[in-house]
Design a protein around this ligand. Structure first.
Ligand SMILES: [Zn+2]
Length: 232
């Protein structure tokens, strides 16, 4: 059962490996079926490149396994917190991709330095504080989701479809799991370029707001003009 989300989640996990965002099993991707209130997610420990529709684990929104022999990803609780708080998203991915993780480890939000960033993220990609004390203990993965929500308060998850978890790494999401994987790839590229920019000119200011608006709204929203018009 749940073929669509099995296919989507497996495809997103394989893309993470193909894009070079995940080595070994250092990441995970999932897709949600809102009607059935279940999520397909990679099993714990399975390399992303080996994800297939039949080995995805189906869990309900409380994290209970509905279908599958294997244990779901250890980060499942983080995915579930994001799905519950952000009703507009259909897929979530997590990676330890180098450049985005470097920003997370530095505890720095990723600033908008150019139009490449503005094409996808309408503002800085926020970085949460690192989890400490009790939060890093029991329910750690749930707390990771909650600290993303706290850092995101007032921000639209559609306008900024990713977050950096301080001391850890990036989570990205999208309208479906494939879009989430693509956003993780764009995040990595933008993180790399921003680090290069600041190594050349450490005081580079943020992109001005007219260019941010111009580029973001060219691709998003009712007046988007990028790409081809749909026929019919
Ligand atoms: Zn992780």
């Amino acid at each position: 059962m749940y073929e669509r989300i099995r296919r989507e989640a497996a495809g997103a996990n394989r893309l993470l490996a193909e894009y070079g965002l995940v080595i070994l099993a250092w990441g995970n991707g999932s897709a949600i079926d809102r009607e059935a209130a279940v999520v397909a997610i990679k099993p714990s420990g399975l390399p992303c490149g080996e994800a297939a529709p039949e080995n995805m684990v189906i869990v309900d929104l409380a994290g209970r396994v509905v279908e599958g022999e294997l244990r779901p990803s250890s980060d499942t609780a983080t995915h579930l917190v994001l799905y519950q708080a952000f009703p507009e998203i259909g897929g979530v991915v997590h990676t330890h991709s180098s450049a985005a993780t470097a920003w997370a480890q530095a505890g720095r939000a990723l600033p908008v330095l150019g139009t490449t960033h503005a094409d996808t993220f309408y503002g800085p990609v926020p970085c949460t504080p690192p989890l400490t004390g009790e939060d890093a203990g029991e329910d750690y993965e749930k707390r990771t989701g909650e600290i993303i929500l706290r850092t995101f308060s007032g921000l639209s998850p559609s306008a900024v479809p990713a977050a950096l978890v301080g001391g850890h790494g990036p989570f990205a999401w999208g309208k479906d799991a494939l879009a989430a994987a693509e956003n993780a790839l764009i995040l990595e590229e933008v993180a790399k370029t921003a680090a290069l920019t600041l190594s050349i000119a450490p005081l580079t200011p943020p992109l001005n707001s007219s260019l941010l608006d111009r580029h973001y709204f060219r691709k998003h929203g009712a007046r988007a003009t990028y790409g081809q018009k749909r026929e019919g």
